[in-house]
Design a protein around this ligand. Structure first.
Ligand code: FES
Length: 126
């Protein structure tokens, strides 16, 4: 089966943390913006750091009957955003392999990826 164009263009986020944030005391009905790119400094929520990367935050409204604790994904690879679905458990090796075989890896250290390589999730440290 051929890979769809949409799948080919899927952006790879940075991993903020290999595990969820346990978030408490969220106000019912409050509109939250979950960080999808992994670059936000206010994890797990968006601070606008995605600008220029092609990512957009994901809007989520805290239910009127909220849970006392939410397990919010920090690895950014969950299939049930913004919640952790345990995808992070097998992620470190997959991310390492993706970054090692990234077609843009030769450009990683030449400032071609100023914020994030969206092909593999690599984040520069300069
Ligand atoms: S932290 Fe992303 S799936 Fe668990």
């Amino acid at each position: 089966m051929a890979v769809s164009d949409q799948a080919k263009e899927r952006l790879c986020p940075a991993v903020s943390q290999y595990g969820p944030a346990n978030v408490r005391d969220l106000e019912p009905g409050k509109k939250m913006k979950w960080c999808t790119c992994g670059l936000s400094k206010t994890q797990p929520w968006c601070d606008g750091a995605h600008k220029g990367t092609g990512f957009k935050s994901l809007k989520w409204i805290v239910p009127e009957k909220p849970q006392s604790v939410y397990s919010i994904c920090m690895c950014k690879h969950t299939k049930n955003p913004p919640f952790c679905d345990a995808t992070h458990t097998n992620l470190p090796a997959a991310v390492e392999q993706t970054q090692a075989s990234c077609p843009g890896s030769s450009n990683h250290h030449m400032r071609a990826c100023p914020k994030l390589c969206t092909k593999c999730g690599w984040v520069p440290d300069f």
